[in-house]
Design a protein around this ligand. Structure first.
Ligand code: ATP
Ligand code: MG
Length: 636
């Protein structure tokens, strides 16, 4: 067995040899002539001359060996439906969808915008686009008209695929009126809209433009639509970043590099094997949903679970709080993927739910998307008794940048660290102002990646090469390096620790403090379930830290004596961990924190509210009431 250190070194020192080996994990229609073209940095072309197809590798390829095996398991605790599609079934559905899209005028290179809930048809639509060489642009189904309109404008889709409604917590959320309004707001109009009718909400029909999937599916019941062989460098899709730090960016990805990157990550990182089941709790609207609900597991010949519904007990006990674990037991899930924010939600439930089901099939739980605080990691790791594998990446990268590659060599995880650089990523830490490389363990710097970026990494920003270069590659004046805009440190063993985003730094009386470090300290208090720290302008000190915490037992916050006592304890805790400069000026207790629909903290909005400013564009926000609570608490 190769050591991971050797594996990694080869990927950096001999990328051509390394990646041509990985490229064997997928099927090519035509072999490539050149592995890596980095003649025009920072733009990289992977596997030039080669031709392949994502859908072929995810579906058709498996028909020979596992046609009758489960491929897509679509479960909705909202509608009470549960259906397993074999690879054979999926092949049929994807061709029906592909034929329908073609009938609506979609051709190779056209964009198809997908605005859908977590239902099987969303995966059919993605795979169908990949099959015919159309570029999909999935927009999270929780977004309202404004966010959707700006994405329609940017992507200029020929066709939009949507549904009558999604459902959350037992309540149907009509999509069609939001979509109609978004199309009205956008100057670009699609030629056609293809709608899945789930029977959840009535739809106002736009004659000539709107088409019903339920009908087209019948028309194309026996459709045979072969895969379009695409150049490796052809665009597979675009996806917008979460927008936590500003205007969302349309991340553009290729075909061959992405397919290879996913196949390699399934083997070396996730250690998922053909015939097994993968369960990612994310949403198709996010990059995790693209890479590890739809494409990655299918490329690996695994069944993938698509789950629509809450992770916790909903109204009428539907679903129950152990739903995820029940699914793990029922479908013998071997690899699971979720986010720290979801685990923190589970933490407020009875921990006995974690041990009620037979989880013996589960090999690991991967968590990504935001910093994984140690108490949360310990809680879930002890509760499930499986390894918890933190992994750090971005919409831009498409697959993990930092984690542990247990499929190459088993290595211990360290609490608080997502791990070490993955093969293909030449990760460095740079001094924030001089741009010097930091080599001494424990020094804090900006996490950057030296080009060429590996297969699967974004090609550019859709329609805007200049914004791509200016946004990501120009933060260090003298060097062409990709900035992640995250702070990190590296320990003597090469493990990285992410200390937050470069714009989440506060300056208290001349001391620069990461809000993330203060949050980590506060999370150590046994009563705290979740916390957000922001810097607020202060006449005397420049800025002071303000903390907003969600307690495990929310009744404590109602009791003002108890709240005061807790505030004191938390301040003491921070004093002890980080020193009195980091002590928050105030700790306020709330029942929810404002987050994006993907569960990321909206620190900028909290900060704006604390400073009495307008919180800005909050269309991507999950729960507006959470921000109101902060407003109320700041007022007192
Ligand atoms: P935008 O770029 O539009 O502001 P975003 O950065 O929130 O949005 P994503 O690409 O979904 O959009 O998130 C990537 C970011 O999430 C990383 O840059 C990092 O800040 C954070 N992140 C992801 N995984 C981890 C992790 N395991 N540990 C710490 N932080 C993480
Ligand atoms: Mg980002």
């Amino acid at each position: 067995m190769t050591s991971y250190a050797d594996f990694y070194r080869q990927s950096i020192d001999q990328p051509d040899a390394f990646w041509s080996e990985q490229a064997k994990l997928i099927e090519w229609h035509k072999p490539f002539d050149r592995v890596c073209n980095y003649d025009n940095p920072p733009f990289v072309q992977w596997f030039e001359g080669g031709q392949t197809n994502l859908c072929h590798n995810a579906v058709d390829r498996h028909l020979a060996d596992r046609a009758g095996q489960a491929a897509l398991i679509a479960i909705s605790s909202e509608t009470g439906s549960e259906r397993t599609y074999t690879f054979q079934d999926l092949h049929g559905e994807v061709q029906r969808m592909a034929a329908s899209l073609k009938a609506l005028g979609v051709a190779k290179g056209d964009r198809v915008l997908i605005y859908m809930p977590m239902i099987a048809e969303a995966a059919f639509a993605m795979l169908a686009c990949a099959r015919i060489g159309a570029i999909h642009c999935v927009v999270f189904g929780g977004f309202a008209s404004g966010s959707l309109a700006s994405r329609i404008e940017d992507a200029a889709p020929k066709v939009i695929v949507s549904a009558d409604a999604g459902s959350r917590g037992g309540k149907a959320l009509a999509y069609k009126p939001l979509l109609d309004e978004a199309i009205r707001l956008s100057s670009h109009k699609p030629d056609a809209v293809l709608l899945v009718d789930r029977g959840l909400a009535s739809m106002e029909w736009v004659a000539g433009r709107d088409h019903l999937w339920n009908e087209l599916r019948e028309t194309h019941a026996d459709a045979h639509v072969p895969c379009e062989w695409l150049d490796s460098t052809a665009i597979s899709y675009t996806i917008y970043t979460s927008g936590t730090t500003g205007k969302p960016k349309g991340v553009q990805r290729d075909t061959g590099g992405y397919t290879v990157a996913l196949a390699a990550s399934m083997k070396h990182i996730f250690d998922g094997r053909a015939g097994e089941t993968f369960f990612s709790t994310s949403d198709i609207g996010w990059v995790v949903g693209h890479s590890y609900i739809v494409y990655g597991p299918l490329i690996a010949g695994m069944a993938t679970i698509m789950y629509e519904g809450l992770p916790t007990q909903g109204m009428d006990k539907q679903p129950h709080g152990g739903i995820w674990w029940e699914l793990v037991e029922k479908y013998r899930v071997t690899v699971m993927f979720s986010a720290p924010t979801a685990v923190r939600v589970l933490k407020r439930q009875d921990p006995a739910l974690l041990t009620k089901y037979d989880l013996s099939s589960l090999r690991a739980l991967f968590l990504a998307g935001e910093p994984l605080d140690e108490p949360t990691a310990r809680w879930i790791s002890e509760g499930l008794n499986v390894p918890i594998i933190d992994n750090y990446w971005q919409t831009e990268s498409g697959w993990p940048i930092l984690t542990i590659a247990n499929g190459v060599e088993k290595k211990p995880s360290k609490f608080g660290s997502p791990g070490i650089p993955m093969y293909g990523y030449n990760v460095k830490l740079l001094h924030e102002s001089t741009g010097e490389e930091l080599t001494v363990p424990g020094e804090k710097g900006v996490v950057v990646i030296e080009g060429p970026t590996p297969p699967g990494f974004m090609q550019t920003i859709w329609k805007d090469d200049k914004r791509f270069v200016d946004t990501y590659w120009k933060s260090v004046p003298s060097k062409l390096v990709y900035s992640t805009f995250d702070w990190g440190i590296r320990d003597a063993d090469g493990y990285y620790f992410i200390l937050g985003r470069t714009d989440d730094v506060i300056n208290v009386a001349g001391h620069r403090l990461g809000t993330r470090e203060i949050e980590e300290s506060i999370s150590g208090h046994p009563q705290v379930a979740e916390v957000a720290v922001v810097g607020v302008a202060d006449a005397l000190k420049g800025q002071v830290a303000m903390a907003f915490a969600v307690l495990k037992d929310s009744s404590l916050a109602q009791d003002s004596a108890a709240a005061l006592k807790l505030e004191g304890e938390i301040m003491k805790l921070v004093d002890g961990d980080l020193g009195a400069v980091a002590r928050p000026a105030r700790v306020r207790f709330v029942t929810a924190l404002p987050k994006t629909r993907s569960g990321k903290l909206l620190r900028r909005a909290i900060q704006a509210v604390c400073e009495g400013r307008d919180a800005g564009d909050l269309t991507t926000m999950d729960d507006p009431a959470a921000l109101q609570q902060i407003k109320d608490k700041v007022a007192v």
